[in-house]
Structures are given as C-alpha cells and as structure tokens.
Design a protein around this ligand. Structure first.
Ligand code: CO
Length: 430
C-alpha cells in the first residue's frame, strides 16, 4: 500500500498534478469526466468526476436504486511550498535565482540544501485564446543554499528566515544560453513566446522512502489521506448500497480554503445539488439527503514527538502506527462531536482498525482543516480525522507504515454504509 502511496505522491508535485493523476486513476477504474459548464445526464450504477480550476476534484458513484444521503470524504491536494513570482529571474551576473513567495506555512529550514524541482501549469497561446498545460521539470532544477556556519555562528541558536532574503533558490550560474523560460517551455513542449503566464511552484524532488516502521516523503500532509480515501472510494463498489459515495480533493487548504475551488467555495454544494437535480430530485430532496449524510474530513495529525513530548496533551497523545486519529477541539476548529465521533468509531470497529483521540494542549492553539470550513457551504454531520505524523509542513515528513492501510480499510467500510437517523435521536450505520 505504501509503495502505491509513494507513487501517488511522486505523480503529484502540485495540486494540479494531484488532480490530473487522481482523474487518471478514476478513469482507469471506469469513471467518466463531467464538466461544470455542461448539462449533466447521470446514469444509475455509473461513476463520475468533476474538476474545478484543474486543482480540486469531486468524484461520486450513482447508486442503482434510490439513496438516503451522501457518504463523503474530503482531503487536500496542496502542501506548503514556494510560489515562483510572475517576473521570476533575479540575476547578479554570477548567479541566477528565482524570486519566490511563501505558499502556506512551511518549516523553512527543511527547504534548505535540498534537491528541488519546479512544477505547475502554464498558459499557452493558441488561436483566439490559450490552453492550460501542466509542466513538471522533474530533474533537480533549484536549490536554496544555507549560509556556512563559519559565516553565521548563531545558525544553531534559533534562526529566523526572511523569505525575500533567505529563500530565493539558485537555478544556475547564468553561464549557459538556456533561460528559465526556455526550460519551462521545452518541458511543456511549448514555444517560449507562446507562454502567456504561469503558476509555478518549487517542490522537493526527493523520492519518498519506506524504512523500518515508517515512511518519509514530501507532501504526506495531505496526500497520504488523499490517496487512502481514493483507494477506499474505488475499492468500495457495492451493488445494493443505499448511499452515494463521494470523494473530494480540495486545493488551497494551506492558505485558508477561501478560493473558488477551496473547501470554503460552492464547489461541493454545487456538485451535490446538481447531482440531485440531474436525477430528477427536488430542492427538498437535496436538503433531506444532506441531513442523512456524513463527511469524514481527512487531514494528517501530530504524532507525539520523541524529543519534545511536552508539546502533546498527556491524555491525548497520538502515535504513528497507532491507527486513525480522531481530532477534537472545543472551539470546533475540528468538527468532531460526540455524534460524529461515535459514528466513526463504529466504522473503525467494524473495519478492525485501531483509533486514537487527539486534542491540542489546552494552552496551545492548533491548526484548522477542511471539515468546519466545508460545513459553511454544506452543513452536515462531520468528523475530523487523520494519520499521525512527525514534522508536519516540513519538506520531508514522516508517518507510520501501518497507518495508510488502516485508513484505506476504515474508509472502505465507511463508503459501503448509509446513515439512518431515527426520531428518538438514534443513529444507525447500515
Ligand atoms: Co493538512
């Protein structure tokens, strides 16, 4: 399972590539692409996917008969990185560097002295317009060098990194004739003069590895969950199911989700509405189905750090290979409540998968994630879960080797269930 995960991560250096690769996996499994600008004609028993901005994707399977609600997972395809600015090249006659800005909140030090590459999308001119094309240089193409300890004796005493000064990567000595744009153009099989503009990002080009009980790789947050949910979604086909399984992969979680394709957008709402209407349902049908739906918001969690166990709450310490982490937060940064937690625990029980409870230390603010943000557009029972990992937002993160499979197993069971809510405050997963 982890070999497959590492392949998925390698194919997904940016959210555009994550969506493109996920779409390929779905097509290979018989899913059909539908577009937001077309009329939708959906057939019972068939699977579909729709993308927005090429960087978010929602896939679903239409059940053969009527269905009660949507059983959904959401994870994110973006990771903290450096975006290459519009006028990219800085030259001092001896080095060519790239002008970059931060995308999300990374651990800057982990980006230094690493082989980096560049990927994203470019807009290529064509008659009457342009087309969006993916590009991935793949080879090592950039590096952000540290300052030698001899020149900065305080380097081990707590560094601060100014992104404008410390983080621009070198790309060459400037001696050759090939320009940065030449390189991008040839990797995308385009003419340099046809490139109108770009969305390009640095990425850590090191391959992920399995070692001992662990896996270490770039972008485990959140591609470990994105991959596991996808695998479960594809594996969970079942004939007599009375729910509609939905798989969501959102962009822009690392910058707050408030974009046209992020979890705060109308994307999920639009897709669910249109599914119900395309199947001849009414507005009331949509609302009834959402009331019987369940969302698992999947985003990685903080494992207890062996050198710094003091950062974890003593009663809510979670470990790699300890199973799925259910995340709690009184202020609802995590959506989990007793109802959604109980439902998800039953799923894990049936899958034979261990789970563990996480909450931040009461004196430490935590992060937020997709669940509560998605609920502002589509409001439904939601649980926040993840897999325990170390060094979140490092350019090379570490997680448990057993946990990927745990999540695949639990979500495979989840996707085959439907939720029934009784008048007496009872909940059943059937
Ligand atoms: Co995340």
């Amino acid at each position: 399972m982890n070999k497959e995960l590492l392949k998925y991560i390698k194919a997904s250096p940016t959210p555009y590539h994550a969506v493109s690769h996920t779409a390929t996996v779905l097509r290979e499994n018989g899913y059909t692409e539908i577009r937001e600008n077309d009329e939708w004609k959906l057939e019972a028993g068939k699977g579909y996917y729709v993308t927005r901005n090429g960087s978010s994707l929602i896939s679903f399977r239409v059940p053969k008969g009527d269905f009660d609600g949507f059983m959904m997972t959401a994870s994110h395809g973006d990771s903290p990185t450096f975006k290459i600015k519009e006028n990219p090249v800085i030259s001092d006659g001896k080095y060519l560097r790239l002008s970059v800005e931060k995308y999300g909140g990374m651990l800057c030090s982990t980006w230094l002295d690493r082989p980096l590459s560049i990927a994203g999308r470019i807009m290529v001119r064509k008659e009457n317009g342009f087309e969006s094309r993916l590009v991935d240089l793949k080879d090592v193409s950039a590096l952000i060098p540290n300052v030698a300890i001899h020149m900065n004796r305080n380097a081990n005493d707590g560094m601060s990194y100014n992104p404008a000064i410390d983080m621009p990567p070198i790309i060459s000595s400037g001696a050759g004739t090939e320009t940065f744009l030449d390189k991008i153009a040839s990797a995308a099989d385009a003419k340099k003069e046809d490139i109108i503009t770009t969305d390009l990002f640095l990425y850590n080009s090191q391959d992920g590895i399995e070692w001992g009980d662990f896996i270490s790789s770039p972008r485990l947050d959140d591609l470990q969950c994105a991959f596991s949910a996808l695998r479960a979604f594809v594996d969970s086909e079942k004939d007599d199911v009375k729910n509609m399984p939905v798989y969501c992969l959102f962009d822009n979680e690392e910058v707050g989700s408030r974009t046209k394709q992020g979890a705060a957008s109308t994307f999920l709402y639009d897709v669910l509405c249109r599914i119900v209407f395309a199947l001849d349902g009414s507005d009331e049908d949509y609302r009834r189905k959402v009331a019987s739906s369940f969302l698992v918001s999947c985003d990685n969690a903080h494992a207890s750090h062996p050198n710094h166990p003091e950062y974890s709450d003593k009663n809510h310490t979670v470990y790699m290979n300890g199973g799925i982490v259910i995340k709690y937060n009184a202020n609802q940064q995590y959506t989990t409540d007793a109802v959604s937690s109980a439902l998800f625990r039953l799923v894990c029980e049936e899958a034979g998968v261990p789970c563990q409870s996480y909450a931040n230390r009461a004196d430490m603010p935590g992060g937020s994630t997709l669940g509560n943000i998605a609920n502002t557009q589509v409001s439904l029972n939601t649980v926040d879960i993840g897999l325990a990992q170390l060094a979140m937002h490092s350019s090379f993160e570490t997680a448990g080797a057993l946990d990927t499979e745990y999540l695949v197993r639990a979500l495979t069971v989840f996707y085959k269930k439907h939720l029934s809510i009784g008048q007496d405050n009872s909940y059943e997963l059937i």
